[in-house]
Write a protein that binds this ligand. Structure first.
Ligand code: ZN
Length: 121
């Protein structure tokens, strides 16, 4: 609460014009001027509580198939695509055979082929 701009003792309750200036004043001090408006108590907007989300990223089940399909659509060989991704072609081969795919590579592939390989659970 703002305190009265005239007496400074009591909380300001109204906006009043006193001697050509508009001041936030208490009711007593407002008597020496003309009240313009009541001061609304400030609305405290609470920031929405963001629940702590614990999500885990996993690869979609058919990621190997998805990569193979999407790669053939863009017409790149495994080696060409590996080069484009800047990953070792062995990494890509492992991914396309469903043996192993790390999240970093998965993200690169997602971006390059505009497919979804990672989901949040
Ligand atoms: Zn006052």
């Amino acid at each position: 609460m703002v305190s009265c701009e005239v007496c400074g003792d009591r909380p300001a309750e109204v906006k009043a014009r006193i001697e050509n200036s508009v001041l936030s004043v208490c009711n007593s001090c407002a008597a020496s001027g003309s009240v313009i408006a009541k001061i609304q108590p400030p609305i405290v907007r609470r920031a929405p509580q963001i629940a702590e989300q614990v999500t885990e990223e996993i690869l979609v089940e058919n990621y190997a198939q998805k990569i193979r399909d999407a790669r053939s659509v863009v017409g790149l060989t495994q080696d060409e695509f590996a080069l484009k991704l800047s990953v070792n072609s062995a990494v890509l081969k492992a991914a396309e055979s469903g043996r192993r795919l790390d999240m970093l590579t998965a993200r690169r592939i997602e971006k390059a082929l505009k497919i979804k390989l990672i989901e949040n659970i």
